[in-house]
Design a protein around this ligand. Structure first.
Ligand code: CA
Ligand code: CA
Ligand code: CA
Length: 353
């Protein structure tokens, strides 16, 4: 038989329900079993030195219905409930939280926490994965043009504009490509047909789409995408003053108002860029409107769920249902995992490691 090396009282302690309240230091953390407090001395938790490391707590509460509360900790803790119905709260930093067998309640609090998938009907109350949200900015030029031509100033739509970026009011230019392309009263152009550009000094964006026409006669246009000063994408196409051409930079297509596909040569990328330059070969103003820039916003703490090697994540995600109270429920045999506040349809393979 294997002779236990731990003090016998410790083995008993971990068979019963524990209340373990963790701070960032041993002296102010408390541990109790029943009515007895066993955190009598600052450096004693039955296994001296093995529960608080230089990076945080390593706790395995063992058998019993335990509370491990590290919500006041700012360290990187490894918290295991063991068997029983456990409640585990992480702290403000990156915690690894394992409910173990039994129906556990898990709360990560701040940080990119890792929740270990375990047996039982577990609930993660604050699962906060990385979420990407697209925020679209539409450059419609409305409200700029007051006359035959008005310069677009830096700051419009959060961008820096080239000196020849102007807007015109279409009532001054009947029969032109400005009127063709306009969805409102004001459209953009390159003043003196010298080409122009816009630049975001802070955030990268995807140039999603835009409407273009030549102001006065057919001409070849070029649109360049830059990232950190390097040209990364090019579109060349022929525009027409009588046709509003809608360019989808993400799909790499150009269509006219009748939905006919118009030839264009796309190279490189228009995603994750910070500058767009618009020019023409033929000395005619480029009329443009409804330029759509997509910004990717990243939200969430980056929490993940740790599954065993070889675990079929796709099949697991396919089990996800909504419980009717705004929570997603994943099932695996007799086990379930409830993600509070998460829609089943949002669950992503990227959440699993
Ligand atoms: Ca336990
Ligand atoms: Ca945490
Ligand atoms: Ca469990």
């Amino acid at each position: 038989m294997v002779i236990p090396k731990k003090p016998i009282i410790e083995l008993f302690a971990f068979m019963f329900s524990n209340n373990i309240i963790l701070k960032d230091d041993l002296s102010s953390s408390t541990y109790s079993w029943g009515t007895n407090s066993f955190w009598a001395t600052p450096k004693s938790f039955y296994a001296p030195g093995s529960y608080h490391t230089t990076t945080g707590w390593v706790i395995d509460a063992g058998y019993g219905n335990d509370l491990i509360d590290a919500s006041s900790s700012t360290e990187k803790n490894v918290l295991s409930g063991g068997n029983g119905v456990d409640t585990i709260l992480g702290g403000s930093s990156v915690d690894r939280i394992d409910g173990g067998e039994g129906n556990d309640i898990l709360i990560g609090n701040g940080g990119a926490d890792i929740f270990v998938l375990s047996k039982g009907k577990d609930v993660i109350k604050d699962f906060s994965p990385t979420t990407k949200i697209v925020n679209s900015v539409v450059i419609d030029f409305e409200g700029i043009a007051s006359g035959e031509g008005t310069q677009i100033l830096d700051g419009y739509k959060g961008l820096e504009w080239g000196v020849d970026a102007y807007a015109v009011d279409i009532q001054n230019y009947p029969g032109s490509g400005y009127t063709t392309v306009a969805s409102g009263q004001s459209v953009g152009l390159d003043w003196f047909a010298r080409g122009t550009d816009f630049y975001d000094p802070v955030n990268d964006f995807d140039f999603a789409s835009g409407d273009f026409a030549s102001a006065w006669r057919n001409q070849t246009n070029t649109i360049f995408a830059y990232d950190d000063g390097v040209k990364v994408g090019t579109l060349t196409f022929v525009s027409d003053p009588t046709q509003k051409l809608s360019v989808d930079f993400l799909a790499g297509t150009i269509k006219d108002q009748a939905n006919n596909v118009i030839p264009g040569t796309f190279t490189g990328r228009f995603t994750s860029i910070d500058k767009v330059a618009i020019d023409s070969f033929d000395g005619i103003h480029v009329a443009m409107d409804n330029l759509v820039l997509n910004y990717m916003l990243i939200t969430g703490n980056g929490d993940k769920i740790d599954v065993a090697d070889g675990f079929n994540v796709a099949a697991y995600i396919a089990t996800a249902t909504n419980d009717g109270n705004g929570n997603a429920v994943l099932t695996n045999g007799n086990n379930s995992l409830t993600l509070v506040g998460v829609a089943a349809s949002d669950i992503s393979t990227e959440w699993f490691v």
